[in-house]
Design a protein around this ligand. Structure first.
Ligand SMILES: Nc1ncnc2c1ncn2[C@@H]1O[C@H](COP(=O)(O)OP(=O)(O)OP(=O)(O)O)[C@@H](O)[C@H]1O
Length: 232
């Protein structure tokens, strides 16, 4: 379980508070108005921003002060974080050995298995620029798979894709995360994306609320969410 205990994160004049628990293996959408603090919340979990108060706890271990690389967390942001000058095999090798170096035979087998699982079998020699947007998203998912962390943080990862492709990628995300039992937090502006996640954390008015069932939240949104969804 990921616990955010009495957490407060400050950036300039902005502050976000969170006091909530997220079960292992869950599917959580993070939704809320622009500038409300969705990315800030993910940054605090990933260790890119230090909270001014409170604790981040994973399965009973206090990771509040742990550096990002030592957290149980894999991240995927909108730009997909692939190095343009490296082919896919080498990009993915970096997920296994962040400091570089030649992958072992066993690591190469894991990379080719990950590529196959995301539907990119045989494309390891391609550079990201020679891939379509959908294929780049698949490659980024392969990287998350190889990182093999139990918490996946995704910040609008598929926003540049068309609706059908985005749905397909969210289904693939669910399938790959399920295979690893990963907890997924997905920041999105699109209620349709949120509906593909079981629960939703609403970020608004300086707070990240405890997760509630997505369908129930969208069926009867609180005023801050209704305004954001244009339902006022
Ligand atoms: N380094 C900083 N200094 C001051 N304010 C900051 C800093 N970084 C972010 N902010 C402010 O923190 C608030 C939250 O930003 P954040 O990016 O987390 O929002 P968001 O909900 O992810 O927004 P969006 O949906 O537009 O991506 C914003 O008001 C932003 O202007």
């Amino acid at each position: 379980m990921l616990e955010l205990k009495d957490l407060r994160i400050e950036a300039g004049d902005f502050a976000l508070e969170a006091d909530l628990d997220l079960a292992s293996g869950g599917r959580i959408a993070v939704i809320g108005p622009s500038g409300a603090g969705k990315s800030t919340l993910l940054d605090a979990i990933a260790g890119f921003r230090a909270p001014s108060r409170g604790q981040v706890i994973w399965n009973g271990r206090d990771i509040t002060d742990a550096p990002p690389a030592e957290r149980p967390v894999g991240v995927l942001f909108q730009d997909q974080n692939l190095f343009p000058h490296l082919d896919l095999d080498r990009n993915l090798a970096l997920a296994l050995r962040p400091s570089g170096g030649r992958p072992t035979k066993e690591e190469r087998a894991r990379i080719s298995d990950a590529l196959e699982r995301v539907g990119l079998a045989g494309l390891g020699a391609r550079k990201p620029g020679a891939l379509s947007g959908g294929q780049q998203s698949r490659a980024a998912l392969a990287r998350l798979l190889l990182q093999d962390r139990p918490v996946w943080l995704l910040d609008e990862p598929f926003a540049a894709l068309g609706p059908a492709l985005k749905r397909e990628m969210l289904a693939l995300l669910d399938e790959t995360a399920k295979a690893q039992g990963a907890l997924v937090l997905l920041v999105t502006h699109d209620p349709k994306d949120a509906r593909q996640m079981t629960e939703t954390v609403l970020v608004a008015d300086g707070r990240a609320e405890a997760p509630v069932e997505t369908e129930a939240l969208l069926a009867d949104p609180p005023p801050s969410l209704a305004a954001y969804l244009g339902q006022e």
